[in-house]
Design a protein around this ligand. Structure first.
Ligand code: 0X9
Ligand code: ZN
Length: 308
């Protein structure tokens, strides 16, 4: 049964976004991006309460890592709230003039694999096959073509966690995310990739902890404001730092957005702590609304800095 506070199947998620597009017409549009390795449709959800050709775009993706179930749950909750709030909660239309592009499940094959049996629950990678290897999958968050494979990766296809792939963008799933970034690079002002776990909000660079981008203070300030907003809503604060100072790992989507697509604010958000990858379903109703307050803060700040 679908519910915004449940862990839903890929199929149920598709029904949910189709119903939203049906119900809200021009406000919610679905863009076909292509198909996952195993042939699942990938659709980008575009939400715009006040369409205009020069609105800033906020791009949120989730679920590049199969086992991180709370991430797609947050993305779906965000879609739900953004489509409800313009009709009431945000009476001043605080989110008008910002376009939200949400890809709620970047790795549907890996996600469905983790749902298929208890023994597969900890799967992280995609489910592709490359070359002669008998092993499956690539770490989608090591597969992006910016400083690819310079740190924090494995070159062994059988490595269960961080195999970077035979070459950058070997995976159809990461190609589709790249295309969303590149096709909208001019207007895209914020990228947030949802993961779990650890309650971290990290920014570039991810490939190194040796140095920071020159704009790091702006990245840091926005992240702290978002963390404060979540805390005010009763949530846990985020640890805010550069991804590479946490641990260096190259080929992440956050570094690609920032370094290659030129998106000025780029983050990886690691949701929840204390339950590792098994965040209890019955607590989603508590934490997802808290995280939503963080997204409202993101939206308000992007609107203030880049809105018309
Ligand atoms: O290692 C990752 O891909 C992310 N953590 S997770 O536990 N969800 O796997 C962190 C990625 C941070 N960004 C970069 N290192 N570029
Ligand atoms: Zn992850």
């Amino acid at each position: 049964r679908f519910g915004v506070f449940n862990y839903n199947s890929y199929d149920k998620m598709q029904e949910f976004i189709e119903a939203k597009a049906q119900k809200y017409g021009a406000l919610v549009q679905l863009q076909d991006l292509g198909k996952s390795f195993q042939g699942r449709k990938m659709r980008l959800v575009k939400i715009s309460t006040k369409p205009s050709a020069n609105n800033p775009i906020i791009f949120v993706d989730a679920g590049v890592h199969g086992r991180e179930w709370v991430a797609p749950a947050m993305a779906l909750y965000l879609i739900d709230r953004l489509t409800i709030d313009p009709r009431g909660f945000l009476r001043g239309g605080e989110l008008d003039g910002v376009d939200w592009y949400i890809l709620p499940l970047v790795n549907p094959d890996g996600y469905e694999y983790t749902r298929s049996s208890r023994s597969n629950r900890m799967w992280r990678k995609t489910r592709s096959k490359h070359g002669a290897s008998h092993c499956y999958g690539v770490d989608g968050n090591r597969n992006y073509g910016f400083k690819w494979a310079v740190s924090g990766v494995s070159s062994d296809p059988c490595h269960k966690e961080t195999y970077a792939g035979p070459q950058p963008f070997s995976e159809p799933e990461t190609q589709m995310v790249r295309n969303v970034m590149m096709d909208n690079a001019k207007r895209m002002k914020l990228y947030v990739s949802l993961h779990s776990y650890g309650q971290y909000l990290v920014y570039p660079w991810g490939y190194t902890g040796e140095y920071l981008p020159k704009q790091w203070k702006k990245l840091d300030n926005m992240a702290k404001a978002v963390s404060d907003a979540v805390e005010r809503a009763g949530g846990q604060p985020f640890k805010v730092l550069s991804a590479g100072k946490w641990y260096p790992a190259a080929g992440g989507s956050d570094d690609f957005a920032f370094g290659a697509a030129g998106v000025p604010y780029s983050y990886t958000m690691e949701l929840t702590e204390g339950h590792e990858f098994a965040f209890p379903e019955n607590l989603l109703g508590t934490v997802l609304p808290q995280f939503y307050e963080g997204f409202k803060e993101f939206g308000a700040r992007i609107r203030a800095e880049f809105g018309n």
